[in-house]
Design a protein around this ligand. Structure first.
Ligand SMILES: Cc1ncc(COP(=O)(O)O)c(C=O)c1O
Length: 395
């Protein structure tokens, strides 16, 4: 099938919830993708921070192929090796004592919201309110659009779930003012991804931890976009030397196979007792086998080191672009989540880059967002920047 034939078939049968670019991909390897008409692309997007190890990483392919051919799926009424191993890897490499597995980021946040409420009911006199931030993105289910601080994702779905308050990001006074006798938790992204690659001032997270301690609140970190190595550490909270109470993961955890996870401290996780939460596919054997391969590769194959070094190089190249093009107002990034804020809409730049064979993304209209695979090389970054320079020169 050609690009156009695939696009036409989708238009006929799919709900039109996504504004898609007119390209259908059929193959990928590392940081390269090929469309149905045979054209090659360089990937600075990682399918929305999912393909952190690039397309078809051999360790993930091997693990999935072996697991799917041995024991594809077993219900959560029984035990499996991959689920136990992945839970062990996540706990022994983080603050967490316990893991709950699900299938997506929204579900991981659902689990965190439910656990916070259950814990509030069990141990904090029925507290249930969660404070989140404006510009945040936590998912598309009813609970997670209610948690999300963006009006556009909530429009048309009223009545929303009660029990959320929103405050400006990176504003501790506003956070403190929003806390009441009903508050059980604060939930934030350490870098707002969909919100425009917003990086808080140094110390924000540490102060937030202190605030939560003073008010005996849970600190929930949504690491769905920034976790799994994206910022140069396995988990983004590690940069700040703090211990969260709950974190949520998805996206890159399965190396492209759907999986989500909520990690919690033991005392809190106790509130998830028999029958209080569940998922048919949560912790699916094949997805967990992929997760084990992803974790081992991130931890032992120099990927985090590469992310840090290439992140610095990428940011220095972005600074170079800013010098050259005055319509770039600001560039920022940590590891390999980076943004360039423009004084104009970025959609046309993304479209032209695509035509030139480079995948980038634009969020909140004016922020070009870059999420290359963490295995990206200097030569690939240089190649991408030659395309960008050419495209930006036409603006
Ligand atoms: C920070 C954050 N939280 C939650 C989600 C929702 O994840 P999913 O689309 O897997 O439900 C996303 C997705 O972009 C995200 O970036």
């Amino acid at each position: 099938m050609s690009n156009q034939e695939i696009i036409d078939l989708n238009a006929k049968y799919l709900c039109m919830t996504y504004a898609r670019f007119p390209v259908a991909f059929v193959r990928g390897q590392g940081c390269r993708l090929w469309d149905a008409d045979g054209k090659a692309y360089l990937d600075f997007f990682s399918s929305l921070a999912v393909m952190n190890l690039g397309q078809c990483h051999p360790a993930v392919v091997k693990a999935v192929q072996e697991q799917v051919a041995t024991l594809t799926h077993i219900s959560n009424l029984h035990h499996t090796v991959p689920q136990a191993r992945l839970a062990e890897l996540l706990c022994t490499n983080s603050f967490a004592d316990k893991v709950f597995f699900c299938n997506s980021g929204a579900e991981a946040n659902e689990a965190a919201i439910k656990l916070a409420r259950k814990y509030g009911g069990d141990k904090r006199e029925g507290r249930y309110e969660i404070v989140t931030t404006l510009g945040s993105f936590h998912g598309r289910t009813m609970a997670t659009i209610s948690a999300t601080g963006q009006e556009k994702v909530r429009q048309g779905f009223a009545p929303l779930l009660e029990g959320f308050r929103y405050v400006p990001y990176d504003d501790l006074d506003a956070m403190e003012a929003a806390i009441s006798e009903r508050t059980i938790a604060v939930m934030i992204e350490q870098i707002q991804g969909e919100g425009g690659v917003n990086i808080p001032r140094p110390g924000y997270l540490k102060s937030l931890r202190e605030l939560c301690d003073r008010h005996r609140l849970l600190l929930i970190l949504d690491e769905i976009q920034v976790g799994m190595g994206r910022t140069g550490k396995l988990f983004a909270y590690e940069h700040e030397g703090i211990t969260p109470d709950i974190i949520t993961l998805a996206k890159a955890l399965g190396g492209g196979i759907p999986i989500g996870a909520m990690l919690a401290r033991g005392e809190i996780a106790e509130s998830f007792n028999l029958g209080s939460h569940g998922s048919t596919f949560g912790g699916n054997a094949t997805a967990c086998a992929a997760g084990v391969a992803v974790m081992n590769t991130l931890l032992h194959a120099g990927v985090l080191e590469n992310c840090r070094a290439m992140g610095e190089y990428f940011l220095s190249r972005l600074h170079g672009l800013k010098e050259k093009f005055s319509f770039i107002k600001e560039v920022r990034g940590k590891g390999l989540i980076l943004g360039a804020e423009l004084d104009r809409e970025g959609a046309a730049i993304v479209e032209t880059c695509l035509k030139e064979g480079l995948l980038i993304n634009c969020t909140v209209g004016k922020v070009l967002r870059f999420l290359p695979p963490l295995i990206v090389t200097k030569a690939e970054i240089d190649e991408g920047f030659s395309i960008m320079e050419k495209v930006l020169a036409q603006q």
